[in-house]
Design a protein around this ligand. Structure first.
Ligand code: PGA
Length: 250
């Protein structure tokens, strides 16, 4: 049985003062839950999360990581630096990185590989645009994106990644994929993982992201291959994020 995982993706939001309030509310509300919880925050707030969340049941991580380890890469942050702040996970290949920063499948794969090699769990994001869905290309696009990552990993490493299916048209739009649509893609992604490593297909956690909210989370999280959520907008309000977490029952 895969334990569910709810990850907040703060994107480029927050301030030291606002985070202090949000983190305190989360800590108070998340103490007794039936799922794993993490927040992925902007780099400058990792130290704050480390201070606030150590000894709690909320893990923390970053939203991107360099494919390099050290050297002349101005503006980049290495896995080993994230580990200095006791991050446990990092998002790679978010559609906002792919679309606005032109990150291709190879770069995303290298980032995932580098993170894993250093001991961080990559949350690998895949997802189709609206045009790709309407053209009937969803399966091809998400398979290509996931296979690029799997192709650079050893079979046993496939057990250590988390995948997030985030249809681009659902991110920040208020239009979520229906549970049925999401389940279909999740099942496909699980099968692709199984091609690399049969055991990993049972154990891998595949999250859904894209306008997950308190009012749709229960149904989405009830699908057999949806193992949690990658939550953007709703993770910025403690009440909403906790309401999603509360949808996971024992
Ligand atoms: P959203 O974002 O929940 O605001 O749609 C999800 C994400 O981008 O990870």
């Amino acid at each position: 049985m895969r334990r569910k995982l709810i990850v907040g993706n703060w994107k480029m939001n927050g301030s030291v003062a606002a985070n202090a309030v949000l983190l305190n509310e989360l800590k108070a509300g998340a103490a007794k839950q039936h799922c794993d919880i993490a927040v992925c925050v902007p780099f400058p707030y990792l130290a704050q999360c480390q201070n606030e969340l150590v000894y709690t049941n909320i893990a923390w991580g970053a939203q991107d990581v360099s494919a390099h380890n050290i050297g002349p890469h101005t503006g980049e942050v290495a896995t080993r630096m994230l580990l200095d702040f006791e991050c446990s996970c990092v998002i790679v290949g978010h559609s906002e990185r792919r679309c606005y920063h032109h990150e291709d499948d190879d770069l995303v794969a290298n980032k995932a590989q580098r993170a894993l090699a250093g001991g961080l769990t990559p949350i690998v994001c895949v997802g189709e645009t609206l045009a790709e869905r309407e053209a009937g290309e969803t399966a091809a696009v998400v398979s290509r994106q996931l296979d690029a990552v799997l192709s650079v990993l050893e079979p046993e490493e496939a057990t250590k990644i988390i995948v997030a299916y985030e249809p681009v048209w659902a991110i920040g739009t208020g239009k979520n994929a229906t549970p049925g649509m999401a389940q279909e893609v999740h099942a496909l992604l699980r099968a692709r993982i199984g091609n690399k490593n049969k055991a990993a297909s049972d154990s891998a956690r595949i999250l859904y992201g894209g306008s997950m909210k308190p009012d749709n989370a229960k149904e989405l999280l009830g699908m057999p291959d949806i193992d949690g959520g990658l939550v953007g907008g709703a993770s910025l309000k403690a009440d909403d994020f906790l309401a999603i977490i509360n949808c996971v029952v024992a």
